[in-house]
Design a protein around this ligand. Sequence first.
Ligand code: GUN
Length: 259
Amino acid sequence: MDKYGKVPKLVTVIVGDDPGSEMYVRMKREASEKVGILSDHYGLPEKTTEKELLFLIDKLNEDPAVHGILVQLPLPPHIDEKQIIGAIAPLKDIDGFSPANIYRLFHGDEELTSATPHGIVTILDHIGMNDLSGKHAVIINRSTIVGKPLIFLLLNRNATVTVCHSRTANISDFTRNADVLVTAIGRRKSKDAPFFITSDMVKDGSVIIDVATPHGDVDFDKVKEKVLLITPVPGGVGPMTIAMLLKNVVSAFSAQVAA
Ligand code: GUN
């Protein structure tokens, strides 16, 4: 209970029964409860229509006891994610995915920013790399959840940013020149050579942030000998993502109860 006599509340929504989504949402709810954030959950059937989901979001938008709404992605293909994300009230959009919050990020306001990229730059801030002037940051990922918001977060810190993805030719030409390398490929390269990022692909003394789950993209044991810092998987970006989400819930709560 805070000075306003209210407690922050997060509502999570999953449509369908993807085991990955179930696990991530469970972790987010458990972490919320640990720090005293209330949480509620809607597990909706796969056949839920876009209209039904929009109806639920409207109801949550209007409920003054709900401060944060998290619709876990991906949604089933018959539901337009853009419509759903766009329907969440910007003040309750603790994922930072709504058009209003993307626009704020675009202009350098990071108050409600997507949790995974925000966790990544918070690691960099924490090791004194909050000004990346003259540094080359390379991102391997172009998703709306990680790669795209991260471009702006890194630009806000004066980095020179390159984005690589599945259609980039000769990725190692970029990674070898990266002072900061953020990789979020998230699958094994092959059975015999599982890691996409090997020690010959990284710059001496660089910082490597491995976002991939459940297995890292980086050959951790070899690469760690060459670099200044490397985040492990698990135990690196994952816990930071959860921490940033909690921060967003508290920040959304403060903006609403103080409004
Ligand atoms: N799916 C994968 N990551 C995320 C996330 O950060 N938020 C939501 N809502 N869905 C996701």
